[in-house]
Design a binder for this molecule. Structure first.
Ligand SMILES: Nc1ncnc2c1ncn2[C@@H]1O[C@H](COP(=O)(O)OP(=O)(O)OP(=O)(O)O)[C@@H](O)[C@H]1O
Length: 321
């Protein structure tokens, strides 16, 4: 994925290995390179355990990569320490899957929303109510909510507070890690609509991590498909339906329940579990579950190949025909 004039965050060849028992290592991220574009959403999709959250934690400086760099305004943020790191945190904020666990249950909504601003000394205590009102309005909640506690709200309302708190420092990039996954479908849609509106108003760059390809295609501009730590396809979301090429992406797409779907078509579901993985750098990570694997797949790791300017695939199959 090539850097453009609109790139705000550049992930270059990030590798993250974890100790996995005595003499073995687990590669959670294997040479991941991606670009986040200003005002756009980059969706990252993959099954549980494919490394999505690890990558997001590295972007958030909550985890250190084994190697690679992440450039924000030309500076490698993986190397930041101390006060420089603290100041940098204002630029990239995250909304977690379950904000309940991230909130102090003894704090009122106004304190939760304003805490980051107070930590950075950006407001005085007597400005809390004014700020909370503004941000509650932004996430379409009544001003009276500022005196509530998190446990007196629904999951959707709590997630709105999580979004307000993440945006209060006016970050350039917002990371949403399965942020709507725990919500009912109708509430999920409302939150997605709200996020899209805020993105437009603020020209916000978003990283949207999710295991639901239908949801990701609905709210992302570009989609990166991750499998066992590897990016196997990067594709504009509007092309997912008709132009996805990697056998894994196609399987994910085929599994989406679509009212217009041809029901006579066989749906190839993934049978063996992702946890039965073998870390083999000399083979395609998807080969054991792939219906189209060929001889070379068990000998060589496919590299991302450019199909068109905005579409990349890591597969040994020949897509030129
Ligand atoms: N601190 C850690 N120590 C050892 N292994 C880890 C650690 N964190 C993650 N892993 C492993 O790295 C791999 C990727 O985990 P990660 O949480 O990034 O996946 P994920 O795609 O976000 O999954 P999920 O959607 O379930 O959160 C998994 O095999 C996981 O067990």
């Amino acid at each position: 994925m090539l850097k453009t004039k609109d790139t705000v965050l550049e992930i270059n060849q990030i590798v993250k290995e974890f100790e996995n028992g005595k003499d073995s290592k687990l590669t959670a991220c294997n040479n991941v390179s991606l670009c986040f574009e200003k005002g756009k959403t980059l969706g990252i999709i993959g099954e549980s355990g494919c490394g999505k959250s690890t990558l997001m934690k590295i972007i958030m400086n909550l985890e250190e990569p084994t190697s690679g760099e992440i450039l924000y305004n030309g500076e490698d943020i993986t190397k930041l320490k101390g006060e420089k790191l603290r100041q940098h945190r204002r630029h990239i904020q995250m909304v977690f899957q379950d904000p309940t666990t991230a909130f102090n249950p003894k704090m009122k909504v106004k304190d939760i929303i304003c805490e980051p601003l107070l930590n950075f000394g950006l407001i005085k205590k007597n400005q809390k109510e004014e700020v909370a009102k503004k941000y509650l309005e932004m996430v379409e909640l009544p001003a009276e909510f500022m005196d509530r506690y998190p446990h007196n709200m629904s999951g959707g309302q709590r997630q709105r507070i999580g979004i307000a708190r993440a945006l209060v420092l006016n970050p350039e990039i917002l990371i949403l890690d399965e942020s709507t996954s725990a919500l009912d479908v109708s509430i999920q849609k409302n939150i997605i609509d709200l996020i899209k509106k805020i993105q437009k108003d603020r020209n916000l760059t978003i990283g949207f991590v999710c295991h639901d390809i239908a949801l990701i295609s609905e709210c992302s501009h570009m989609v990166a498909v991750m499998y066992l730590g590897n990016i196997v396809e990067i594709i504009p979301s509007h092309k997912l339906g008709n132009f996805a090429m990697h056998p894994y992406t196609k399987t994910l797409m085929d599994a989406v329940f679509d009212l217009n779907m041809d029901f006579s078509k066989k749906i190839d579901m993934l049978d063996n579990d992702i946890s039965t993985k073998i870390d083999n750098v000399n083979a395609c990570p998807f080969r054991d579950r792939c219906n189209c694997s060929i001889d070379v797949c068990s000998r060589k790791m496919p590299q991302l190949k450019k199909i068109t300017d905005d579409h990349y695939v890591a597969c040994h199959l020949d897509f030129t025909v």
